[in-house]
Design a protein around this ligand. Structure first.
Ligand code: FE2
Length: 448
């Protein structure tokens, strides 16, 4: 599962890709974990809140729930097992390309009880398909790919549903323990990643999506990168220095966005009697200075970096800082090695409902010395979302190919809201540069 022919010393907790039974178990566990999270996110509000639209940017939660079931039916029951459609009349309602989010509440959607029983019935049948399908032959099921894809899809909607929870008004309904604090000596603010080639992307990770493939060599000149994402305290200094009032830090589009929407701080922040407060899942609290900043658009991240005399890292720089091991010359699956993430490595899976303070997760650091690359906050990069050399769409064009182009910027590393199954050193996310409701932050870089 690594991109180097050298045997890996990090194999202890890896899934053996040669062993279909291990992959079947891994798929089963990923599907069950995802459904448990879906249950928490949809059972924590009443039917009225499930069917309401909390923001025109988002679907009603009940749409996500039935869409999760519908995609699972399409791919696992009809696709893998060749079954008849269970409810052909609903396919159009849950086709994300057919209906933009803002219009979804006006559709004749399945009511909450129906959506729950549909998703549960699909799941019951899908687990039978998982148990009875040989995982070795067709590309779609080889290494359990399509089962992993559907678990990732559900987890991605669980992240989307958590964004809906963040956008809803009313009292808090979700709780989680606090993330770990930073321990040990203070980190340097930046580390040097020496110039030279490294292996970007993957050809061997069994559930990697088409846009992460294939592995290829990239030459990356030397650069310095922040050891942790930019904190709220550092971002506050940008605000207080008049960052949102000075044209010179902003691109033309970024400045237009600031003016049009009157932006003066990250989304969900406001100032009260000289103190910065934020709203987080129904609770108003002081903005913590040492926590990575969240809910900033690409334009804000880019403007901050320019104000700081720095820049956003390119996507290749981010991945090299996260995966390249100069000792062996190979790229790791994760910054810490090839083992799947544990709670000691990274803040993932909605285990905590906020990023950990900068400097936490010492066990998750990369050979470069940079930390918190996986989990905590999605990190904006300077790069447009483009295919790697040798890209081939799989299993369908609409997964990635239709989104390639300069209108989307790449985010890396996953946030606290992302499950481990949908987060790898090679995982690529993309969004519009105006987007702020996502769990997005950033780190900065400079040429060496
Ligand atoms: Fe979807």
């Amino acid at each position: 599962m690594t991109d180097s022919p050298a045997p890996s010393p990090y194999g202890r907790h890896r899934t053996d890709v040669q062993d279909p039974e291990a992959l079947r178990e891994r798929a089963l566990a990923a599907l069950l974990t995802a459904r448990e999270r879906t249950g928490l996110l949809t059972d924590s509000v009443d039917d009225h809140e499930l069917t309401a639209q909390h923001s025109p940017l988002m679907s009603p939660l009940v749409w996500d729930l039935a869409h999760i079931g519908n995609q699972e039916e399409l791919w696992l029951l009809r696709g893998v097992a060749g079954r008849e459609a269970m409810r052909p009349e609903i396919d159009g309602l849950y086709d994300a390309f057919e209906h933009p989010r803002a219009t979804r509440p006006s559709l004749p959607l399945l009511a909450p009880a129906e959506a729950r029983s549909y998703a549960a019935e699909v799941r019951g049948r899908a687990l039978d398909v998982l148990e009875s399908t040989p995982l070795g032959d067709r590309p779609l099921v080889r290494s359990g790919f399509v089962f992993g894809m559907i678990a990732q899809h559900e987890q991605q909607h669980d992240e989307t549903m958590l964004i809906t929870h963040q956008l809803r008004s009313g009292p808090a309904v979700l709780t989680a323990p606090e993330p770990p604090r930073a321990t040990g000596a203070a980190l340097p603010t930046e580390v040097l990643v020496p110039g030279g080639p490294f292996t970007m992307g993957t050809s061997t990770e069994p559930w990697a999506l088409d846009n992460e493939r294939p592995a290829h060599r990239r030459e990356v000149p030397g650069f310095f990168v922040d050891t942790a994402p930019v904190t709220c305290g550092a971002y506050r200094a940008f605000i207080e220095d008049g960052g949102y009032d000075e044209r010179r830090w902003w691109t033309g589009e970024g400045w237009a966005m600031v003016r049009e929407h009157g932006l003066s701080a990250p989304l969900f922040w406001h100032r009260d009697a000289g103190q910065w407060l934020r709203r987080r899942f129904g609770v108003t609290e002081p903005v913590p200075a040492d926590e990575p900043v969240l809910h900033v658009s690409w334009y804000e991240a880019d403007a901050y970096a320019r104000w700081a005399g720095r820049r956003l890292p390119t996507e290749a720089e981010w991945e090299k800082a996260a995966r390249h091991d100069p000792g062996s010359g190979r790229s790791r699956r994760y910054p810490w090695g090839d083992e799947d993430p544990t709670p000691e490595h990274a803040n993932l899976g909605q285990r905590h409902l906020r990023p950990a303070p900068a400097g936490a997760y010492a066990a998750g650091r990369a050979p470069s010395g940079a930390g918190q690359l996986i989990g905590d906050v999605w990190e904006w990069t300077s790069s447009d979302f483009l295919p790697y050399p040798g890209f081939a769409p799989f299993p369908y064009r609409e997964y990635s190919e239709v989104f390639f182009g300069p209108e989307h910027k790449v985010l890396r590393g996953g946030s606290f809201a992302v499950d481990a199954v949908a987060c790898r050193g090679t995982f690529r996310n993309w969004d519009l540069p105006v987007r702020r409701q996502i769990f997005s932050g950033f780190r900065t870089a400079r040429d060496a």
